[in-house]
Design a protein around this ligand. Sequence first.
Ligand SMILES: Nc1ncnc2c1ncn2[C@@H]1O[C@H](COP(=O)(O)OP(=O)(O)OP(=O)(O)O)[C@@H](O)[C@H]1O
Ligand SMILES: [Mg+2]
Length: 164
Amino acid sequence: MEVKWTEEQREAITTRGKNVLVAAAAGSGKTAVLVERIINIVTDPEKPVDIDRLLVVTFTNAAASEMRERIAERLISLLDQHPEDKRLADQLTLLNKATITTIHSFCLDVVRKHFFLLDLDPSFRVGDDTETLLLKLQAMEELFEELYEKNDEGFLLLVESYGG
Ligand SMILES: Nc1ncnc2c1ncn2[C@@H]1O[C@H](COP(=O)(O)OP(=O)(O)OP(=O)(O)O)[C@@H](O)[C@H]1O
Ligand SMILES: [Mg+2]
């Protein structure tokens, strides 16, 4: 795949050392640019970074899978052109354990690894919708009770104005 990048795309691919926000129409090549950016960083002739040293986060699982697949495709096509490049071949292996994941999954991983710093039960898990709804209701009831007991003026006014 030889793409002729636009000037803006090229800039988004090669800019380093600052934050880059890419906003463009559907199907205009945002993911392609991001993939190329990653490939450029990984194959940089001066300061190459192994793919498993990058953090790539997306919003959905589907987008994460797409990213991983498209990076693999690019690496494979580069390897076709440079079959003797050992480093390139390594990247394809490292891609399996690269952190290309949803933001939620990444955060969950961080919390799991550092549960002791957060004073969390190591066997914690993500609650389902029903559980979290019950927890919210419970927290609200407890808070209401506390505020009723305190005869909190602002709270009473709020309940009077908005309460059913
Ligand atoms: N400059 C370009 N010239 C030709 N084709 C391009 C160019 N930039 C991107 N493409 C191609 O356009 C297609 C869509 O690109 P891509 O999937 O990256 O878009 P996207 O903005 O991420 O889309 P979506 O909004 O659906 O996520 C791909 O096949 C990509 O290779
Ligand atoms: Mg996309």
